[in-house]
Design a protein around this ligand. Structure first.
Ligand code: SF4
Length: 749
């Protein structure tokens, strides 16, 4: 304690930052429902006290936004009236029932389930989906990661990550971890790497991002040409015989057609296409091949750009062809506390009912959602439930999404604030904030020690709000899908203890397998009451059991041992303490245990991707036109950008207007300087933006940040990027949007 602090200073409570998927552990002092002081939690097993600048003013999330405190019902004139919870639950359940009975439960579409830090409610939302017979759902991963998920599914059936802390060579592909993090202690790790002459950081990015500026090698591709650059890197490995043949022979199948495709790549031509000197591409490939260890990280820079899925495939080939898996400094597959969106990966055989878009990892492509609704097709969606996300702002072509919402028979939004999406809904249900209830994230992707953090509430729910588990429990109860004959014996068993409950619960779902669909609800209604104020964590018990059953050896190495249901029960009791918990512990070679193939080999041949890789030779590598000669990156991650859960503009310490970044040559040609304005025009819309002149962008490339243009009582600074984006600009396979490649023109204001 410092001398200036009063002796009555509130105690430090442990929780986590909710502004990116790292969910760094933090400690918070709370006073009068305000997050007074915030610091990194040194005892957190993955972040170890690290935070970036973003969480220090998290009170702008808790209190900076006008909170909803009553369920709202839309009137015919578009205004809203407050209604009580009982009325809201009864009316929504009744209207869901009507849609189900008239059109079928599969016409009720579910979107969301939380952002970076709030996934617990989604489990209970799945019970509502099962209760109404829904079959289609999606979330933001379907505009970011489904291309990579498709590739992961085809290659090995799981999610990979790199050992950045120990790798000799790290390749960041369309990734700027200085700002977007994504792995623990990103900035110290980057600094260590940059300072070590024996290591090499490679960045593939059209911008000279903060990370690119630190890199040993920056492959500054022309926007949208990552696939040509990645194909050329792989081609050098193959054509100069730098491939780890022993690894390929021992651990893969189907390598021949892949190697043959690389052998045919014209490296000189591809280097010219992507705008990177050929010798730099060759130097980079040789450096990767010569390293004792190498790993890569791909992110939205390629995943929201042309050829997203193909680029993922070509990226992964860099570390596979060089044998960088399951060793220190290499890549690994990891354990999971709970599967996110079928993150075993793959799929793509199932299609959406109207447009026939591929459903990957169980998710409808985000760019297809409005198209599945704005139609007279008889199989169109008729109702939509949206949980704790803001798709009318975050998905491409916001205007189309608004039209879709207003054309549905029923739309329900659960959120803490009146978001852009809530403003289009028939009903808005006010949720408690992430610091007012038990919460967690399922972005648990670390190795060799993987961490899960169940966060205890810092304060009581704001009056009038409910945690999502209670909201969904009330809706499922109202729909009457689980009767007391099922619940009563489980309640009795729960009162006897976790061991007795485990026997009873798994006995019940074995006898009635359909109960698994509403498992979270059943747990909430039976185990939940024994947990007191932690009732919302009941579903975590089920996940802890599945985690222990699916990864028994790794869970045992983390200290959760015993017979039968004991490891799962012990794990549950440990996470209930509300701190970060190492739930699996592995050694590097255990990464092979997570390869979901009977022969534990990677399946390298993916015919449709090899075919498309070969087609790169003759395809255009630019999609700008005479009318729209610039490439706009719509949604750049910067120091003070977050997703739209931060609505208070005073949160931003810099770049308050969310400037349009532009190269000095382009600025000169328009006669503008930093602080002036330009109009950005795309085929879908236009917006005026404040200019920031910077040579970090190439001529012909401009960028706008994410998270801007949200409505707040103190103003709506910046441009909402998706007023400018189009649905048809999307990946040919996964349907992921080209947010990083929006053809645009600039006009003087
Ligand atoms: S790295 Fe992410 S989770 Fe960690 S403090 Fe920064 S924004 Fe929060």
């Amino acid at each position: 304690m410092t001398q200036t602090e009063p002796t009555t200073a509130p105690t430090w409570q442990k929780t986590a930052c909710i502004l990116c998927e790292c969910n760094c552990g933090i400690e918070v002092q709370v006073e009068d429902r305000r997050l007074l002081r915030i610091r990194g939690d040194k005892s957190h097993p993955s972040s170890e006290g690290y935070t970036c600048e973003k969480p220090l003013r998290l009170d702008r999330y808790q209190n900076g936004t006008e909170r909803l405190t009553s369920p709202l019902r839309r009137r015919a004139d578009g205004s809203y009236e407050g209604i009580d919870w009982d009325t809201a639950i009864a009316e929504i359940a009744d209207r869901l029932r009507q849609v189900r009975d008239e059109h079928g439960g599969d016409k009720i579409f579910f979107y969301g389930g939380g952002g970076q830090g709030n996934h617990l409610g989604a489990g209970y939302g799945q019970s509502l989906q099962a209760a109404v017979g829904a079959k289609y759902r999606s979330n933001a991963l379907a505009q970011e990661k489904t291309g990579e998920m498709f590739v992961d599914g085809r290659l090995y059936g799981g999610h990979t990550k790199g050992d950045f802390e120990h790798a000799e060579v790290v390749v960041f592909v369309g990734k700027n971890p200085w700002q977007s993090h994504s792995f623990p202690r990103a900035r110290p790790v980057l600094k260590e790497m940059a300072a070590d002459p024996g290591r090499c950081m490679v960045v593939i990015d059209p911008r000279r991002s903060e990370t690119a500026a630190m890199a040993d090698i920056h492959l500054q591709v022309k926007p949208g040409t990552d696939a040509w650059c990645l194909a050329a890197l792989g081609a050098v490995l193959v054509q100069e015989d730098l491939v780890d043949h022993a690894f390929i022979a021992e651990h893969t199948t189907g390598a021949e057609p892949v190697l043959a495709a690389y052998a045919d790549v014209d490296v000189v031509d591809y280097a010219a296409r992507c705008g990177v000197p050929e010798d730099l591409i060759r130097t980079t490939a040789r450096r990767i091949a010569a390293a004792k260890s190498a790993c890569t990280y791909e992110d939205l820079g390629i995943q929201q750009a042309p050829h997203s899925t193909l680029s993922s495939y070509l990226n992964k080939m860099l570390w596979i062809l060089t044998g960088n898996f399951a060793k220190k400094g290499g890549m690994f597959l990891h354990s999971m506390f709970a599967a996110i969106a079928g993150s075993g990966g793959g799929g793509g055989a199932r299609r959406t009912p109207v447009t026939g878009a591929r459903i990957i990892s169980g998710l409808v492509p985000c760019n297809s959602i409005a198209e599945e609704i704005n139609t007279t097709h008889p199989d169109r969606f008729r109702a939509m439930c949206i949980d704790s996300v803001n798709p009318a702002h975050s998905l491409a072509d916001s205007a189309s999404f608004r039209t879709a919402m207003r054309s549905l028979d029923l739309t329900v939004v659960v959120d803490i604030a009146m978001t852009e999406t809530a403003r289009e809904a028939d009903y808005v249900l006010p949720a408690s904030s992430q610091f007012e209830k038990w919460e967690c994230t399922f972005f648990n992707v670390d190795f060799p020690a993987n961490v899960f953090h169940l966060r205890a509430p810092l304060m009581e729910p704001l009056e009038g709000t409910l945690p999502e588990p209670e909201i969904y429990a009330r809706l499922v109860r109202e729909l009457g899908v689980v009767d007391d004959a099922t619940l009563t014996p489980l309640r009795t068993a729960a009162e006897q203890g976790l061991a007795e409950f485990a026997e009873a619960f798994f006995g019940a779902v074995t006898a009635e397998p359909q109960l698994m669909g509403v498992a979270a609800h059943v747990l909430y209604e039976t185990l939940g009451p024994t947990l007191g104020t932690a009732r919302g964590t009941a579903a975590i018990w089920g996940l802890a059991q599945l985690c222990a059953m699916n990864q028994p050896a790794a869970v045992a190495r983390a200290g959760f041992t015993g017979a039968g249901f004991e490891p799962g029960n012990r794990l549950f009791e440990k996470v209930l303490e509300g701190e970060g918990v190492v739930f699996t512990r592995d050694d590097y070679e255990h990464a092979w245990d997570y390869v979901r193939r009977p022969d534990r080999r990677f399946t390298l041949e993916v015919p449709e991707l090899i075919e498309r890789m070969r087609a790169l030779a003759d395809e255009p590598s630019a999609w700008t036109t005479e009318d729209f000669p610039f490439v706009l990156s719509a949604g750049e991650r910067r120091a003070f950008t977050a997703n739209t859960i931060i609505r208070d503009p005073s949160w931003r310490r810099r770049d308050a207007q969310g400037a349009l970044r532009i190269n000095p040559d382009d600025a000169a040609s328009y006669g503008v300087a930093t602080g002036d304005s330009l109009r950005v025009v795309t085929e879908r819309g236009s917006a005026e933006a404040t200019v920031e002149v910077t040579d970090t962008l190439q001529p012909g490339h401009v960028s706008l940040p994410n998270g801007m243009g949200v409505e707040h009582a103190d103003g709506t600074p910046g441009v909402a990027p998706n007023e400018l984006t189009s649905l048809h600009h999307r990946d040919w396979l996964a349907g992921t949007p080209w947010h990083k490649y929006v053809p645009a023109r600039l006009e003087r204001v």
